[in-house]
Design a protein around this ligand. Structure first.
Ligand code: NDP
Length: 287
């Protein structure tokens, strides 16, 4: 019997998740359908989309821009959250909580949220040979993706984390919420990236904004340098990476993160472990 999956976002046409999950399914001989689902950016529409999907027999969903915090709020009230999702305050993976269903809960009260983004990022960065232990890291962006990766980065041994965001209050909230996990998190305005103030401060700079989905660019000072630069966006030319590559940094787009976080979601939904290296080869070695 075909198992149905979906990725919900706005915009969503760029998502490579359907191809990736089809490769995983082929690897473990499962019959699946995995579709992109556009959703208007409001809570009512998002709730209607996920409830219709699970009522219709859906087995699992991914949630992407801009719905990760909305998905967290939904699961908090309905079917529950994993530890990673709770700490992140953001959800990228939805599934039905079988224990609640078996106890007679209606489907809409058994939608459970996990977050695999951070583990996907850390696994990919480690596979690149970039050392996280002792690293001083800056994350630009404070949305759902940034929230998901901070705790796994701290667990991987980074020693300093600066969160820079356009809406500085969101970066401050994030730093406050995660202060129990680390006293090394600070928050600042994204405008600081356009000045010389951050020069020489970081080993790794990560772009976790959604600016790569548009033609806009981040304000980056010509002085701003790092050893490693990572952009969570993938599949198009990224001025953020070009900026740092021109200054001698090693760079990576987020395609490898996408595959690793997807493998963890797939495992959560189906119980099958994916050989990620084999999947990358099948996908055309793009990470
Ligand atoms: P959200 O919508 O939750 O957050 C968007 C973030 O981008 C906010 O910090 C926002 O700042 C910032 N931002 C948006 N536009 C601009 C701009 N013009 N200038 C400066 N900052 C801007 O999105 P997510 O956190 O879910 O996703 C962020 C990105 O990460 C997306 O591109 C997504 O595709 C990518 N991603 C990739 C993954 C992978 O596996 N490779 C996994 C998860 C995400 P503000 O708070 O001020 O609005």
């Amino acid at each position: 019997m075909t198992q149905h999956f979906v990725v919900i976002g706005s915009p969503i046409v760029h998502s490579k998740s359907p191809q990736i999950h089809q490769v995983f399914a082929t690897q473990v001989s499962l019959d699946i359908s995995y579709q992109r689902q556009y959703c208007p950016d409001d809570e009512g529409s998002f709730t209607a989309v996920i409830e219709a999907f699970f009522h219709g027999g859906g087995a699992g969903a991914n949630v992407t821009v801009p719905f990760k915090q909305m998905a967290y709020a939904y699961c908090q009230v309905h079917g529950g959250l994993s530890e990673h999702a709770k700490i992140a305050g953001a959800v990228n993976t939805l599934l039905l909580n079988r224990a609640l269903l078996d106890n007679g809960a209606p489907i809409v009260d058994a939608i459970y949220g996990d977050n695999t983004d951070g583990r996907g990022l850390v696994t990919h960065i480690s596979s690149l040979g970039w050392v996280l232990t002792g690293a001083r890291v800056a994350i630009i962006g404070a949305g759902g993706a940034a929230r998901g990766v901070i705790l796994p980065l701290i667990e991987a041994g980074i020693t300093q984390l600066t969160v820079a965001n356009r809406t500085v209050s969101k970066a401050q909230t994030l730093a406050t919420e995660l202060s129990a996990a680390s006293d090394k998190i600070s928050a600042c305005d994204i405008e600081i990236c356009a000045t010389s103030d951050l020069r020489g401060t970081f080993d790794i700079i990560i772009n976790a904004t959604s600016i790569g989905l548009t033609d806009a660019t981040l304000p980056l000072s010509t002085d701003l340098q790092t050893r490693y630069a990572y952009d969570m966006m993938y599949g198009r030319a990224l001025p953020f990476l070009e900026h740092f590559a021109a200054r001698g940094a090693q760079t990576s787009e987020g395609y490898g993160m996408l595959i690793h976080q997807a493998a963890l979601s797939f495992e959560r939904w189906t119980g099958h472990t994916i050989n990620v290296e084999q999947a990358i080869l099948a996908l055309g070695n793009k990470s």
